[in-house]
Write a protein that binds this ligand. Structure first.
Ligand code: 5RP
Length: 217
C-alpha cells in the first residue's frame, strides 16, 4: 500500500467523526485532500466549515461542502488536519504547505483536534525544519535577529494573511517547548510550526490497511 493510500485511509477514518450540524475546521495538504471527498460522501447536513487555506476552501466548495470566513464562529466542534511529523508524546511539526498560522488558530478553536497521516509521519525525534510565518513589516530586521538558522522559503507566495513563509534549521528540536517559546518571543514571528500536545486530541496514523488511533489529550 502506498503512502497516498495510507493518507486516504486515515482521512476516511477521521471523516466518520464529522456529524450533521457540526462546526468543522478543515486543514491543508495532500492528506486533507482525501478528507474532503470522504466528508462530502457522508451527505451530512447543516455543516459549518472553515478552511485553513485557499486550496482547501476551493476543493471543499467544489465538493459541495459549505465554507465560511472564520470571523463569526467563536469555537469549532472539531478540526482535522495533516502533519509533517509527530513525536511519540504528540508534538507536531506543521507548515510544510505554509498554512501553519491558520492551522494553529483553527486547531486552538476546536474542541477536538484530530491529526491524520500516513506511516511516514510518526518519528522518534523531529528532523524537519520548523516552518515560520514572518510579518512582512520589518522583515529584514526580523531575519537579522533570527540569524542564519532562518531562511525565507524560496518560490513561496505570501500567506493569505500577507506573511512571509520561512524555515528554521537550527538547534533545539530535542526540546520543542523551549524552541517554540524562543521562536514565538520574536515580535517579527507571526507563527511557528511546532504544535504542542495540548492542542492535539487524537492522532490517526494509517499503517498498511490499519488505522492506529492514539489519544493525546
Ligand atoms: C500544511 C501542513 C500539512 O498538514 C502538512 O504539511 C502535511 O501535509 P500532507 O498531508 O500533504 O503530508 O501543515 O501547512
Amino acid at each position: 500500500m502506498s503512502l497516498d493510500d495510507e493518507k486516504r485511509l486515515a482521512a476516511e477514518a477521521a471523516a466518520e467523526l464529522v456529524e450533521s450540524g457540526m462546526t468543522v475546521g478543515l486543514g491543508t495538504g495532500s492528506t486533507v485532500a482525501h478528507l474532503l471527498p470522504a466528508v462530502a460522501r457522508r451527505g451530512l447536513t447543516d455543516l459549518r466549515c472553515v478552511a485553513t487555506s485557499v486550496a482547501t476552501s476551493e476543493q471543499a466548495r467544489s465538493l459541495g461542502i459549505p465554507v465560511e470566513e472564520f470571523n463569526s464562529l467563536d469555537r469549532l466542534d472539531i478540526a482535522i488536519d495533516g502533519t509533517d511529523e509527530v513525536t511519540p508524546d504528540g508534538w507536531l511539526i506543521k507548515g510544510g504547505g505554509g498554512a501553519h498560522l491558520r492551522e494553529k488558530i483553527v486547531a486552538a478553536a476546536a474542541d477536538r483536534f484530530i491529526v491524520i497521516g500516513d506511516s511516514s509521519k510518526p518519528v522518534e525525534k523531529f528532523t524537519w525544519p520548523v516552518p515560520l510565518e514572518l510579518f512582512a513589516f520589518g522583515l529584514a530586521s526580523t531575519l537579522a535577529r533570527l540569524g542564519d538558522d532562518v531562511t525565507v522559503r524560496p518560490d513561496t507566495p505570501p500567506s493569505p494573511d500577507g506573511g512571509v513563509i520561512a524555515d528554521y534549521r537550527g538547534p533545539g528540536l530535542d526540546d520543542p517547548a523551549t524552541l517554540a517559546a524562543r521562536l514565538e518571543a520574536d515580535p517579527g514571528v507571526a507563527a511557528q510550526g511546532l504544535f504542542p500536545p495540548s492542542l492535539v486530541s487524537e492522532i490517526f496514523v494509517a499503517r498498511g490497511k490499519d488505522v492506529e488511533r492514539t489519544t493525546i489529550g
